[in-house]
Design a protein around this ligand. Sequence first.
Ligand SMILES: NC(=O)C1=CN([C@@H]2O[C@H](COP(=O)(O)OP(=O)(O)OC[C@H]3O[C@@H](n4cnc5c(N)ncnc54)[C@H](OP(=O)(O)O)[C@@H]3O)[C@@H](O)[C@H]2O)C=CC1
Ligand SMILES: O=C(O)C1=N[C@H](C(=O)O)C[C@H](O)C1
Length: 271
Amino acid sequence: MIRTVITGVTGRMGSTLLRLARDAEDLRVVGATERPGSTTVGLDAGLAARLGAMEVPVVDDLGKALDAAKADVVVDFTSAEVSVAHAKLCAARGVALVVGSTGFTPESTAALAESAKTIPVVAAPNMSVGVNVVFRMAAELARVLGQGFDVEVLEAHHRMKKDAPSGTALRLAEVLAGALGRSNEDLTFARHGMVGARPASEIGVQTLRGGDVVGEHTVFFFGEGERIELTHRATSRDQFGLGALRAARWVVGRAPGLYDMADVLGFQRTA
Ligand SMILES: NC(=O)C1=CN([C@@H]2O[C@H](COP(=O)(O)OP(=O)(O)OC[C@H]3O[C@@H](n4cnc5c(N)ncnc54)[C@H](OP(=O)(O)O)[C@@H]3O)[C@@H](O)[C@H]2O)C=CC1
Ligand SMILES: O=C(O)C1=N[C@H](C(=O)O)C[C@H](O)C1
């Protein structure tokens, strides 16, 4: 049994992970956390997440959850800032970590990497197998098509999403820049006003927000007289959750380090 702690258990991903972990034969949920001050603190996690009783209380601090129950791994989909704090708590106790949060800055990425010197951490902006295949396909298309096509990334998410562009769109843009021999300097986020003609080296990243869209990403390769569109549409959060639990199984017992979903899936890294 892999003893698993889930953070942010009443969130969209936290509750999905709690249900999937509860239903997995090889995992046991031994801890659950929520934001300090949340009205769910002290409640049964299963009830708080509307799943039915699980006899695991919601606590308001990951350190307390880890001190109360011996854990093998923490699965964390909260926010970049909270995940960095959670990584420090895991590092202090030698517990492996899976991070799905997005919105990382260079500074918060460096802080996560610091904790990953002590414990194994899998961090990826998208844990679905399909999206990780799209990363590879996007890199391959960019290499094959070369410089003659204008490349743009479009993402759409539900109205509650806080960060923009999505972590997946950012990763796609970085993958494309790498495959085309360009840099992050070539990324353009949205356009407004007299921006002038599009520079050939530009990689545009555009964001849509609305309704209950789970997550959609398209890479456009605009050519002369033709275009290619590579699209992934998530219609359920379960694929993110199943990917994260796959990462949790993989990361327990690994050497310290900052791993990506590509490592979990046995793919070559694209960025
Ligand atoms: N890698 C991937 O495959 C995917 C990544 N994501 C990312 O995961 C993150 C979460 O997304 P989503 O589930 O939609 O967001 P939600 O806002 O629904 O869930 C986040 C949860 O974390 C809670 N939380 C906040 N602070 C703490 C804390 N200190 N300790 C414990 N819990 C805390 C929030 O509580 P409160 O609301 O009270 O603040 C909330 O319940 C985002 O960064 C998103 O982009 C999402 C889907 C897939
Ligand atoms: O916040 C979300 O919902 C999602 N976030 C991730 C991202 O920012 O890329 C992944 C997924 O598309 C859903």
